[in-house]
Write a protein that binds this ligand. Structure first.
Ligand SMILES: [Mg+2]
Length: 231
């Protein structure tokens, strides 16, 4: 059956969260003169932060911790690795991180090209994100890609996150889309690929981290432009 609706994940599929987070933390790190005060190298700090943050997000996805826990711990646990035990400093980073990240709006390479390409082929485009509705919308507006999307769905509006089928159900209803004529494109194996498969819609795995998943019939791309092979 012919695909009519394309649902995109946002973070690290179109909006380059990794790069924008990196630039935001670098700004804070330099402003607070962390290298000077504690003799910590930024690149080393960032790679420790990145691992801790990813592992905390996995725990949220699996329902082991909540967002409050993540907010209290991601910078605190990172600083602790460098023997800096300072809750105030960690909370300062956390609060300003969320304030400032929207000052950076780098997109994943090929985003505008592929959105133009798909729009010109008359597909209807949408977003399904596990983020907060307001933040998701602002990311789309500030990066200039909001004009491409007919609907934007965020987890906090629905009350459940991908891979829960309810968020796909909600979003496709909002879009008035049949699941047989819809496809999701996303970078998270569990939230996006397994989520879409369990809901019963087609999916393209955006394998940015070269996870190399092997599965019969899996549609997988490593660059957004490769989506043209399927759509
Ligand atoms: Mg993502």
């Amino acid at each position: 059956m012919k695909i009519q609706h394309i649902f995109f994940d946002l973070d690290n599929t179109l909006w380059d969260h990794r790069k924008n987070a990196y630039l935001t933390i670098k700004d804070l790190f330099e402003k607070e003169e962390i290298t000077l005060k504690y003799n910590i190298d930024f690149e080393v700090f960032h790679s420790v932060y990145h691992k801790i943050n990813e592992s905390l997000w996995e725990k949220i996805r699996d329902g082991i911790i909540d967002k409050e826990y993540l907010r209290k711990h991601r910078f605190y646990d990172t600083f602790r690795r460098f023997n800096v035990d300072d809750e105030m400093l960690s909370m300062y980073f956390e609060e300003h991180f969320l304030d400032k990240i929207l000052n950076h709006n780098e997109l994943v390479e090929g985003t505008e090209y592929i959105l133009d390409y798909l729009k010109n082929k008359n597909y209807t485009l949408h977003v399904i994100s596990n983020g907060f509705q307001e933040v998701t919308e602002r990311k789309c507006i500030l990066s200039g890609i909001d004009k491409y999307f007919q609907t934007i769905t965020s987890a906090d509006t629905v009350g459940v996150r991908k891979p829960n089928p309810e968020i796909f159900e909600y979003s496709l209803n909002l879009a008035k889309a049949d699941k047989e004529k819809s496809i999701l494109i996303g970078d998270d194996w569990i939230a996006d690929v397994v989520g879409a498969q369990n809901y019963g819609m087609d999916v393209i795995f955006f394998d940015t981290l070269h996870e190399n998943k092997q599965e019969t019939g899996l549609k997988s791309v490593r660059h957004l432009l490769q989506i043209k092979d399927f759509l």
